[in-house]
Design a protein around this ligand. Structure first.
Ligand SMILES: Cc1ncc(COP(=O)(O)O)c(C=O)c1O
Length: 474
């Protein structure tokens, strides 16, 4: 053990950083820069598996400490070979943003500031920054300006929070106070969800006590969009106002539900529409693309990620609820020692957590850096690149685009599942680009998600070349 902290309990409260601690913080910045600089050269997927990495990390519990700088340097050296190039422009797997550098730098500040961001009294700057982020995002996403917004960890929690808020509001309208009376013996709330919904809102239904089996699955079309006649029939069978979950951006096809008609149908029955817009809601920020989601702004709640299309570092998303009172009633956990509800805009009123990091700050920095124009350009560029990819593949026998490209997702199937799997594995193993896999309408697909802030035409050309090479490498 060399220079560890906490050697003496009588150290002054505000002692400056030790030389070792300063070196550790500087090393973290240097190593982060090195990592980002090496992304271009990194294989898109790590060669090592968790079992290979275990000996590096899973040592016996260290009895004595080591210097802060040594910990940081060793952490980076041991971890980097087991990291995916998620932040690289040629990473097309899942739906992953690229942790934009300005947001990453702001994230360093967040950790250095060490703010408990639960309360505006405790951390006024963070509260104001996050409140501004929420206002900016509503404006960017073209949603009503007075919605309630919670800065949450991502799409899954955003969906869950909105579903909980919907549950409480729908039951309140039936004269039942969930907060006081709980859920047992509560009146029925029918739940309708498209049969191609993402697993995140389904998990949200479980967390909210609805049970996933109880939710009625509504038929969808070839692109995964909810069928209006099936929805109409389902709504007509509801014994009380339903919760209906729609989606902006189907994970395989990128498709959008027909919001205008679906929402007015559900509202006519007194129901609540929640939209899972984890990535796809960002198209609503772009005037020339907005018509693809026409009417989405009439919903009652929305889930959207910041770590996907805004390219914020993990973890960040927004739970947006039209009537802020519905969100706050479901989420606030004010104790006697916290300010009265009316007094301030409290971050913790709109999230499940009390103490938490200032996770909205990196997204604030990204929007400041890009401006609204920059955000719109990025989303529009990715959508245009997805169309470009589909055009490049058009006419290449054996690489079939199986979705209608309406956002940033492109689903590709080869001739037969075995061939699709072979081609995908070959591309992934080659390590230059990384699409991931999916299953769509019963067949294996190579799923391409174009969402990294730096992705441009050259990256798509490389992807096409890699797919063609894999196809020909029999
Ligand atoms: C449509 C959709 N909804 C929800 C989620 C879950 O979001 P998160 O991974 O941020 O929790 C995803 C993630 O890919 C998604 O694509």
């Amino acid at each position: 053990m060399s220079e560890t902290r906490g050697k003496s309990l009588v150290e002054p409260l505000l002692s400056p950083l030790s030389a070792d601690e300063k070196r550790a913080m500087q090393a973290a910045a240097e190593l982060s820069l090195e990592f980002r600089a090496s992304l271009e050269m990194m294989p898109a997927r790590p060669d090592l598996r968790p079992d290979d990495l275990l000996p590096r990390f899973a040592t016996p519990l260290p009895e004595t400490g080591e210097s802060a700088e040594a910990v940081i340097r060793r952490l980076a050296a041991d971890a980097v070979p087991g990291l995916h190039a998620h932040a690289a422009p040629r990473f097309f797997g899942y739906v992953c943003g690229g942790s934009m550098p300005v947001g990453t730098a702001a994230d360093f500040l967040v950790s250095a500031w060490g703010q408990n961001s639960a309360s505006a009294k405790e951390s006024p700057s963070v509260a104001v920054i996050e409140q501004t982020l929420c206002r900016w995002c509503l404006e960017l996403l073209n949603l009503p300006p007075d919605c309630g917004v919670g800065v949450v960890t991502g799409g899954t929690v955003a969906n869950a929070q909105a579903i909980i808020a919907a549950r409480d509001a729908l039951l309140a309208r039936q004269g039942w106070d969930v907060g006081e009376q709980g859920l047992f013996q509560a009146p029925d709330i029918p739940v309708l969800v498209g049969s191609d919904a993402h697993s995140a809102p389904i998990a949200g239904l479980r967390y909210a006590g609805f049970g996933q089996q109880r939710a009625q699955r509504v038929e969808t079309d070839a692109e995964g969009r909810i069928c209006l006649d099936a929805l109409d029939r389902a709504v007509k069978t509801c014994v009380s106002p339903p919760l209906v979950i729609l989606q902006a951006g189907q994970i395989n096809t990128g498709a959008f539900d027909p919001f205008a008609q679906a929402i007015s149908m559900v509202h006519a029955a007194g129901g609540w529409v929640h939209v899972d817009g984890a990535f796809g809601l960002w198209l609503h920020a772009v005037p020339e693309l907005r018509h693809r989601l026409a009417g989405v702004d009439a919903a009652d709640s929305w889930a959207v990620d910041l770590h996907k299309w805004l390219n914020a570092p993990y973890d960040a998303g927004l739970c947006i609820v039209r009537d802020r009172a519905d969100l706050v009633r479901a989420m606030t956990a004010r104790g006697a020692y916290l300010p009265e509800l009316e007094e301030t805009w409290e971050p913790s009123d709109s999230t499940l957590e009390l103490s938490r990091r200032a996770r909205g700050v990196p997204s604030y920095a990204i929007i400041r850096h890009l401006g609204a124009d920059g955000v719109r350009e990025m989303v529009a560029r990715h959508c245009a690149l997805a169309e470009y990819l589909a055009r490049q593949l058009d006419g290449i026998a054996g690489l079939n685009v199986v979705n209608t490209v309406v956002s940033n997702q492109v689903a590709i199937a080869c001739d037969g599942d075995d061939e699709t799997t072979r081609v995908l594995r070959h591309v992934q193993a080659n390590g230059k680009v990384y699409p991931s896999h999916g299953v769509w309408r019963g067949q294996q697909i190579i799923r391409v998600s174009i969402i990294n802030f730096a992705t441009d035409r050259a990256d798509i050309d490389l992807l096409v070349q890699e797919l063609v090479d894999a196809l020909n490498a029999r």
